[in-house]
Structures are given as C-alpha cells and as structure tokens.
Design a protein around this ligand. Structure first.
Ligand SMILES: *Cc1c(COP(=O)(O)O)cnc(C)c1O
Length: 427
C-alpha cells in the first residue's frame, strides 16, 4: 500500500488498485457512474489541521476561498472545523450562511461587487469587505449609510509583485485588474477613514495562485507592511493583515512550502516589522482542497492515428478546464494497474467538439477501452469551474469517509439542464 499523493492521506494503491480511503475507485465508478468527482474526508481533515495549526504567539485566522470548491458538504466540514470563508459573490455568501457561518466568519473579495451584493453582505454583517477601487469605497459607504450601518473595510492593495505563476492566475502585478495601486493606497485609506459609512479594519493582498515559493509572499508582505507603517504614521490603525491565498500544491514535481511554513514566514515578517500583535488572515483555496479530490473517468475509445494515439474518455474540459485553460499538467493514473498491456503515449481527450478539449497530453499509459482513469489533484477549480457546454450534464460528487461513500451532489440530469428555459408562445 502506498500513498498516491505524497504527505496526504486518503488515496492509496492496494495490490495495483486505486483506493479512496477503504473503497476502490473502480467500485465508486461502478456505483455512481462516471465522470465522477471523489473526495477523501481524511485528506480534507489533514489539510484543515495543517492550516489551523498556526504559530505559537501569532493569532491567525483561515478563511477558505470557496471558489476553489463550493460544495456544501465540504463547506460544512470547514465550518465545523472553525474555518471562515472568503467569498466573491452573493451566491457564495448564501453558501457560507447555509452551512452556519456567521458574518464574522466571512471576508468579501472581488473587483465587481454590485449594490445588491453589498446590501446582502451588510445584512449578514460580514467581517470585512476587501475593497478593490475608489469607486467601490464610495459605493459601500453609500449603501452602508442608506442601511444605517458601518461597513468594515480593508483595501486590497496591489503590491506589484511577480508571483511567478501562470499569467491567468497572477493577480498582484500593476497590469492586473485587481487591487488598489500601491502608490495610491495611503491616500485611499485617508479617504476611507473620512467616510462616515466605513470603518477601516485591515489591509489585504492576494498576488496570485499556485505559487510554489515563499519569496513572492515575503516580498509582497514587506510591501504591505510598508503601508501598515505609513498608515500608522498617518494615525490609521489596523486590526488585521490579510495575506490572501495562493499557496500552490504539488501537481507534478513542484515543491511548494507547507501552510505551516507560509504562516511562519508571514508571522516572522510582521514581527520583524513591529506588528507582531496584529492577527494574520489567510484566504487559501487550492491548498486546502486540490489534493483531497480526484476525477474518475471511463475510457470510451482508444483511437490510434498516424500522428498520435488518442485515449477518448467520458470526462471533458467541461468537467475539468484547468489543462486547456492554464496548460495545467495534472497527474493521471489507471485505477487498475495493467501489466497485460504495453504502455503507449496518449493524448487523453474528451467528447467535446473542441480541439482544446483535452485532459492531458503525451502521457504514457497502459490502458484498455472500459478502464477507469483518475485525474489527481482535481479537488480545486474542477467542479467549481464545470459547465454545460455541448449540453453535457455536470458530474456527480461523492465524499468518501472510510468505507462509506456519500453522494454530496447528485449527477445533473438533462431535465435539470433544460429547467430554466422557456419556449416562445406559438402565435
Ligand atoms: C482565488 C482567491 C483566493 C484563493 O486562491 P488559491 O490560489 O486558491 O489559494 C484567495 N483570495 C482571493 C481574493 C482570491 O481571488
């Protein structure tokens, strides 16, 4: 028996068969059909513990960025473990409240908060709005005054730091749409502190995703702390510093720091700069869930051509868009190791009518038609980015807890897909 994901429990090979806790992936595929998202409760608990552990003497709080995976059963586990939530829409707010989160457990991020989003968040009394523009400050101030409330705010500052990740998931550079420019931040805080509907609470940054080194985090932290210092000089005291999310995971051969190492590094920066008393907020998404889930898919056809071998599976870019959107390289294994077949190099592709519909390219696999393959690290930005292109129904999700499997989202039906649409009257 060997763990499939180094350092994380939940997935193992036993006598050549992939298991999620005590159930074989082949059984799960048979019982619940494919494509199927499977999650391990043990893996989730492991990651939660990692993020909660923290550093002696430094108060910290973890707000799970639920855009990575917003399934209610997962959110419920996080809420029960005492984690808060980082949200980016009224829909995510409703999900947080649905699992019993209180306003104080919620931070609200995003560049495009609408008036109704802001109202809903104020009604819920969220812990903090992470504000991304001067116009948004004005809007929140006005909505809060209309409601007779005070909105607690942080400015999300853009530290202009290169996160050294894929350009689509890099968010802390000057030319990104995110955050308030570093050089305008102090002025913006002064403006905010004069607004009667606002209460300045903290400062926030989030420089990107799938960051695999500490250096960009440390660089960003020092720039944020430069601002904390400048604000203190201007008489503006903060009650927390939010270092965002972005911690990477090991999809292939990356060697990201652990949550513990990141928290430690941020705690050290804040202590060195004399702000060790400030609570630290984190907004991890991917690092909490990526390695807790896999995507099971069945091989429909093997299609050798003069140029390439194609392995056509029943999952597609509609189930997992990362490979085609970000050129992400995700691990893929046969759930039942084959010794009776010679390995060949395949492109693993789905049924969708797009050449960009691939899950992996140039992978060496020993595989037969009818086999079940598993994509590793699929717990983050998999199901949450799934869509209905080609009128494909979205996959089911199953949570495995030892020898029990719970359907935490049933498979979408074709009726579900059509339910929102209406025909014109025949006149
Ligand atoms: C996406 C996002 C996160 C989470 O990012 P991960 O890379 O998944 O950890 C946190 N905060 C904000 C503001 C985000 O946009």
């Amino acid at each position: 028996m060997s763990d499939v994901i180094p350092g994380i429990p939940g997935f193992s090979f036993r006598n050549g068969s992939l298991f999620c806790e005590d159930i074989s992936a082949a059984d799960l595929a048979e019982r619940f059909q494919t494509p199927l998202y499977i999650y391990s409760r043990a893996a989730l608990e492991h990651n939660i513990a990692d993020w909660k552990r923290g550093i002696e003497g430094t108060p910290h709080r973890v707000f799970y960025a639920m855009k990575a995976n917003g399934n209610l059963a997962l959110l419920d586990l996080f809420a029960r473990a005492g984690l808060g939530f980082d949200i980016v829409s009224a829909g995510e707010l409703a999900r947080a409240l649905a699992v019993g989160a209180k306003g104080e457990d919620i931070v609200y991020s995003g560049v495009g908060k609408s008036i109704s989003d802001i109202k809903a968040a104020l009604e819920a009394d969220v812990c903090c709005f992470n504000v991304e523009s001067l116009s948004e400050l004005d809007r929140i101030n006005k909505v809060a005054l209309d409601m007779g409330k005070k909105a607690r705010i942080s400015l999300r500052v853009n530290p202009d730091v290169d996160a050294k990740t894929h350009p689509y998931i890099s968010t802390g550079l000057k030319n990104n749409k995110f955050g308030i420019a570093f050089d305008s931040a102090v002025e913006a805080y002064k403006k905010a502190s004069r607004m009667p509907g606002l209460e300045v609470s903290g400062i926030d940054c989030h420089i990107g995703s799938q960051i695999t080194e500490l250096e960009p985090f440390v660089h960003a932290a020092h720039k944020v702390l430069d601002l904390v210092e400048a604000l203190a000089d201007a008489g503006i005291e903060l009650d927390h510093v939010d270092f965002g999310g972005g911690l990477g995971v090991r999809y292939a051969d990356e060697q990201p720091p652990s949550a513990q190492e990141l928290i430690n590094a941020m705690a050290q920066c804040t202590r060195e700069r004399g702000f060790g008393h400030l609570p630290l907020f984190f907004e991890p998404g991917r690092s909490l869930v990526a390695q807790t889930g896999m995507l099971l898919m069945r091989v429909e056809y093997l299609k050798p051509t003069a140029a390439k071998n194609f392995c056509i599976v029943d999952a597609a870019m509609t189930d997992m868009i990362r490979p085609t959107l970000y050129q992400a390289q995700m691990g893929l294994v046969n759930c039942t190791e084959r010794t009776d077949q010679n390995p060949l190099v395949y492109d693993i592709v789905g049924p969708v009518c797009e050449s960009g519909d691939f899950l992996a390219k140039n992978r060496t696999l020993a595989v037969c038609e009818g086999d079940v393959l598993s994509m590793l690290g699929a717990g983050a930005y998999g199901m949450s980015m799934a869509n209905n292109y080609n009128a494909r129904s979205r996959a089911a999700e199953v949570l495995v807890d030892e020898d029990k499997a719970w359907v935490i989202r049933r498979r979408e039906t074709i009726e579900d897909q059509m339910a929102l649409e209406t025909l014109l009257p025949k006149i």
